[in-house]
Design a protein. Sequence first.
Length: 499
Amino acid sequence: MSAPRISGRGAAAAPSVDQPAGTSAKTSANTSAGQGGAAEGRGNFGPRLIVPLMLGSVLNPINSTMIATVLVAIGGSFHVGAADTAWLVSSLYVASAVAQPAMGRLADRLGPRRVFLAGLLVVAAAGAVGLFGPSLGWLIASRVLLGIGTSAAYPAAMALLRAHSQALGVPTPRPVLGLLSLAGLSSAAVGPVLGGVLASTLSWRAVFAVNLPLALVGFLLALLWLPEIRTKPAEQGSEAQGAAGRAGSGMDPVGVLLFAAVLICLMLFLMRLDAPNWPVLGGAAVLAALMAVWELRQKAPFVDLRMLAANRPLTLTYLRHGMTYLVIYCMMYGYAQWLEDAHGYSSATAGLLMLPMSVAAMVTSMLGTRTKGIRAPLTVAAVLMLAGCGTLLVAGHTAPGLALGAAGALFGLPQGLASTANQAAVYGQAPAGQIGSAAGLQRTAQYIGAITAASLIGLFYGNRATDSGLHDMALTSAALGVAVLLLTVLDRSLRTAKE
């Protein structure tokens, strides 16, 4: 096992990240010091630590949504249709779903700062490939690189925050974790607007090229401000320490490939739910079984199935997070499409009507950081999702614009609450020394929800979004909302969770 030490400006000598928060000598001192110690801890989570982490965390969501406004232009440039340009969207999701836990694993093993910096360099390279790529294939390759590079930021940030927290002997303040959620939510909201501005003032290639300055600025700030985490061989300790050490060694490339193959097969099946390709689904099942057999035989598996089976609270958090975002993505993409098709609104007007959803999500993400518990905000989020689904069940193409904007806000409110609360749950439930890979798997659950949502939208709408299609989507989303609510109120581990 390797135990990180933090060095650099303002950093204290760190206990092992495998040591639970609250068990260090400094923590004991802070306990006796009372509120003074907590205030000291909060003071060490300042802008120099948070700004680079936030900048890195915006890159994946902004690239996920920025591409939406230039798909038609790209198709025209290369004389291809929507079915071909759709790979520019799905390739990033699949690459991100695989790369998030992989990058988290590397952050746990090599140190989060190194992985964070390396990811930003990959993002810069991806921007260059997209800027000069001569064909659609090159652009897809750029999007795959973007998925890999941007996936380093979030799990590395979570791992760095936990290591920094344990170095100080105080918990990471919830508002600090909330800032990472806020960065993702706000950047996803401005992505389509930014993409449209870049495409109209420069060209669609600017949507790829903008990653160059963003990544290089982030790299410079991270290089100057993020604390260094070095690894050293740990002394032989308890059996638990030995297990954590095994989990942090090796990358299990076969496990990574099998995991990627399962996701690709699932995506291919989900993309045509109107005409299901059952052999592809069968292939996914076979590959999943092979992956399970392989991972259970590994000392350092890519996906630690034994840990997930033993850590029921964390597994439930992944399930709850993925189902929540399935509903959110159905709303985010399906509702906007309905506004254009059924109401006849322009893309710009539909974007304005979706703006209350983004604003509500950003507001509640920050409000969620002010709560000490996890169960209460998740319960409220599930109830608000159900309220939003009920609104869509009675919505029609004659509804006034004010009501349509309010309906969108009803889905933004639970998005912000669920994002910050599930993030805090993963931070507290992840095994010692595996926070990076655990955070990556949380994002994987989110991306699987996004892929499934896109498939459901295609199934319900067909060639055109209609009122009946919206109502079918709302009814399905309501059933998922009930499931999320039950997963929340029946999860006893959330009743006492504070971090």
